[in-house]
Write a protein that binds this ligand. Structure first.
Ligand code: CA
Length: 468
């Protein structure tokens, strides 16, 4: 493969956690925790304030990141779909252009047959969701149990690989994928007592009653109040609490464990950054921190994700690369997880496969957003009523508006429960209603906007070739 230029090519470290919402990172203005190490990446690089996923669940987001394809193209629409390793992906492109590549930690895209990781010189991944404590990893096909806490071990293995790389001269690309802070939110001993004597503030929409919203929001089964179980809050609640007090108690139990898991990730990001400094690699290495999607942290009374609402749709995405990215940069340009693959290929100086559906973020990272940059993005969730009773939906988010269509059925044989719901629409004016509490789809004043957004929605569906 030809390399476009002979400029020095960056090493790339892609750190991705699982379900870490941007609003639980202090560089994104969290009101509930501090992440000083993760913040270093943003302070010394760029923070994307409008980065979104195309489908807010684990496996589909991961498949999109690797392949640069939407889920109807890469075949991973639901959590039941495994990735076909024969598809083109960005690690393969980097590998062919001379990079040494590795993936460590969560994989969640299937195992064996054609589903093991491809495009990696080294892989050491968790089977399925993996365990928080004493996890088994699969190292290039061989199972091995490790002692300790998964976030520490994922970092240990990553640093060991960096230290012991065989091809000293080639640039490298490492994907370091943390399992945490995925449910059931099991913190390690070091952070077990963190926040013990404080109350974490409840989000402003904690007592949302879903009035003036779709039926989809009303029937979803992901409320802190009624759908968390003892497995989540781990101990019996005190007796004699009022329903309101019980709801608040459950939130504290949930959010504290979640934030303790995040604190361990933050420590481990610090370890990795320190290692890069010690090894003299910081200058030549692009380091990314992101999460496979966002998460409801009590927002709208919920935990979990899946919906196209902001807390779930938004991904944290921060990048440091001292040679090219100005410290303290911030952008509100719309970035999508489908853009990541092409970004890394672009930085590697390799040619971007024509089949990939995103666009390189390189110019934005370097402070020059192209005139014709995307001003909207397409979203689709397929797992109709399968988990947490979330209705299938697709939609478009522009800089100001969000139009969501709940089509209300399982359109293909994905094995989802076929429990049809009446189709319905939602429109949010994010400028006036950033919390998405007021569906203005039927409001007379918004009818022109609705028509324009529908036209754009069907154009974008056609562009990404999602025809059903
Ligand atoms: Ca996830």
């Amino acid at each position: 493969m030809s390399i476009k230029n002979d400029e020095k090519r960056p090493n790339i470290i892609f750190i991705m956690s699982d379900d870490h919402a941007a609003h639980a990172m202090s560089c994104y203005g969290s009101r509930i925790n501090k992440t000083p190490n993760i913040d270093r990446i943003a302070e010394e690089g760029i923070r994307f304030d409008n980065c979104f996923c195309t489908n807010s669940i684990c496996a589909p987001s991961r498949a999109t990141i690797l392949t640069g394809l939407y889920n109807h193209k890469n075949g991973v629409k639901t959590l039941r779909d495994d990735l076909d390793g024969r598809l083109e992906n960005f690690p393969k492109v980097l590998q062919r252009s001379g990079y040494e590549t590795a993936i460590v930690g969560k994989w969640h895209l299937g195992h064996g047959d054609v589903h093991d990781p491809t495009g990696f010189d080294y892989w050491n991944v968790l089977p399925g969701q993996g365990n928080y404590f004493n996890p088994t990893f699969i190292e290039n096909g061989q199972e091995k149990q490790h002692e300790g806490y998964v976030t520490d071990i994922t970092t240990d293995i990553s640093i060991d690989w960096l230290k012991n790389r065989s091809k000293e001269v080639a640039p490298f690309m490492l994907m370091c994928h943390h399992k945490a802070p995925h449910r059931p939110w099991l913190p390690d001993e070091k952070h077990a007592d963190m926040y013990e004597d404080v109350d974490i503030p409840e989000p402003e929409t904690f007592h949302d009653n879903y009035q003036n919203r779709s039926n989809a929001a009303k029937i979803a089964e992901m409320t802190v109040e009624n759908h968390l179980t003892k497995k989540d809050y781990k101990i019996d609640p005190p007796e004699n609490l009022s329903p309101q007090e019980l709801k608040s108690w459950k939130y504290q139990r949930y959010i504290k464990d979640y934030l303790r898991c995040v604190a361990s990730i933050d420590d481990n990001v610090g370890r990795l950054l320190d290692y890069l400094d010690e090894a003299g690699l910081s200058e030549d290495t692009m380091i990314v921190y992101t999460s496979d999607q966002g998460f409801f942290l009590g927002d709208h009374g919920w935990y979990d994700k899946r919906f196209m609402y902001e807390e779930s749709l938004r991904m944290p995405f921060i990048v440091r690369y001292p040679r090219k990215i100005k410290p303290g940069s911030v952008t509100d340009a719309i970035a999508i997880n489908v853009d990541f693959a092409e970004t890394f290929i672009d930085y590697a100086g390799a040619s971007i496969p024509e089949t990939m559906q995103g666009r390189s973020l390189l110019p934005i990272m370097e402070g020059e957003t192209p005139e014709d940059w995307q001003t909207s993005m397409y979203y689709r969730y397929w797992m109709h009523m399968a988990q947490h009773a979330v209705t299938s939906h697709y939609g478009i988010r522009t800089e100001r508006y969000k139009l969501i269509y709940y089509y209300g059925e399982a359109l293909d044989a994905t094995g989802a429960i076929d429990d049809p719901q009446p189709p319905e629409w939602e429109l949010f004016d994010l400028k006036k209603d950033p919390q998405e509490l007021n569906n203005v789809y039927a409001h007379p004043r918004y009818q022109e906007t609705v028509e324009a957004l529908k036209t754009e929605l069907y154009q974008i569906k056609e562009k990404v070739e999602d025809f059903d």
